[in-house]
Design a protein around this ligand. Structure first.
Ligand SMILES: Cc1ncc(COP(=O)(O)O)c(C=O)c1O
Length: 391
């Protein structure tokens, strides 16, 4: 059967994530993948979580195997609210709910706010999951280039002046895919622009706690006094990606709608997973755990940059992140990272070609994303050497 005519107009232009497609390379043992965005498996507290899960199932099955509240398991919500206090002063009007990853929170917030044709400004390149979610709601995407200190605010204002924009989406800290962090000055200015042109900001911050160098920045959410900023957090990179736990903090008037949408989407995030995370953070210090992850990623990123400095041609440039999971490599204009990827795969190394992360995926792009969290430390130099050969 040909199902094309059955497909909704919404999904027709959408393509499967080529990053997901990359996951197949992770299964081929002889290819070193710098493509995915997965956290380091050695950072998962497997044994501790196994013990907790088995106790919960044995002693609290009446709770963890039962339906739960849509907003989230209360003890976990309280812990998340407590952690939010570190990055944002408590606002009376805000609510925080637990979601099935930040991905679901972003998708539901878009669903609550976006009509077909509404404009959304995004950094370019940006996170494919959000780009595809925006596409599925038939919003109009406007990309602004990245600069060393975050998104180009002059370009942002030019778009705000002329287009019907509702939301600015930013990954201000250790951006995916560039690794760039927005300066505090720009954060203030971005919020001023949002006020001036009356738009909302989505601050997506799954990497904020993974700083291994440089000075901390403030969250845009902490500067906001009106509820103009929706903040998205995630446990994926600080505890476990597979537990699918994230959260959103937003004004309660918006949250009321998000909660209804979550109810019809998945009723609630799995209770067992939420209880496991809450119990882990009650028994152990998550801050000590995160400190270890920061150290690990700082070391891995350092090894990658060291090898790149040594083996890569000097006509290319790359970002030097102070945290997070990624860096972006840019070849001279005219080179196509997609073409290079085929050669790289033949040489047993993989990355994400930049065109996938741009608004126009079909246009050749000279940048590509490298991930340093997943690859084993003793394979980093080899991976970079293999890539240098094809470069
Ligand atoms: C910028 C960004 N936002 C959101 C997500 C989704 O995170 P989660 O695993 O919490 O759904 C990711 C995942 O890689 C991401 O890179």
């Amino acid at each position: 059967m040909d199902f094309t005519n059955y497909m909704s107009d919404r999904v027709k232009p959408m393509q499967g994530s080529s990053i997901r497609a990359m996951f197949k390379f992770l299964e081929q043992a002889d290819i070193i993948s710098l493509a995915g965005g997965s956290p380091a498996p050695e950072s998962f507290p497997g044994r501790e979580l196994a013990e907790i899960a088995s106790e919960l199932l044995a002693e609290k099955s009446h709770i963890c195997l039962q339906y739960g509240v849509t907003e989230g398991y209360t003890p976990l919500r309280e812990i998340v609210k407590g952690r939010m206090a570190k990055v944002d002063s408590h606002k009376e009007y805000d609510e925080t709910i637990i979601t099935s990853g930040a991905q679901q929170a972003i998708d539901l917030a878009l669903k609550a706010l976006i009509n077909k044709g509404d404009g959304i400004i995004v950094e370019q390149p940006s996170f494919i999951g959000t780009l595809n979610s925006i596409r599925s709601y038939e919003a109009k995407l406007f990309g602004v280039p990245m600069q060393d200190d975050g998104m180009d605010l002059e370009a942002t204002e030019e778009i705000l002046k002329t287009e019907n924009i509702k939301i600015i989406y930013t990954i201000a800290t250790f951006q995916n895919p560039t690794g760039i962090t927005m300066s505090n000055e720009k954060r203030k200015k971005l919020l001023e622009l949002a006020k001036k042109y009356d738009v909302l900001i989505f601050e997506d911050n799954p990497y904020g706690e993974l700083r291994f160098a440089g000075e901390p920045t403030v969250t845009i959410k902490s500067l906001d006094t009106e509820g103009r900023v929706l903040y998205f957090g995630s446990f994926s990179k600080i505890l476990s990606a597979g537990l699918r736990l994230g959260w959103v903090t937003a004004h309660k008037d918006i949250m009321d709608k998000i909660v209804v949408l979550k109810q019809v989407n998945d009723v609630h995030t799995p209770v067992l997973n939420q209880m496991m995370a809450a119990e882990y953070m009650t028994r152990y210090s998550i801050d000590e755990h995160i400190a270890k992850i920061r150290k690990l990623y700082g070391r891995k990123c350092g090894l990658m940059l060291e090898a790149m400095d040594k083996y890569f041609p000097d006509y290319c440039k790359y970002t030097r992140p102070e945290g997070g999971l990624f860096l972006l490599y840019t070849m001279p204009e005219g080179y196509d990272a997609k073409e290079l990827l085929n050669k790289a795969i033949a040489n047993k190394v993989a990355f994400v070609a930049g065109n996938t992360l741009m608004l126009d995926m079909d246009k050749p792009c000279s940048s590509f994303r490298l991930n340093y969290s997943l690859v084993a430390e003793d394979k980093i130099e080899t991976a970079i050497k293999l890539l240098a050969e094809v470069l």
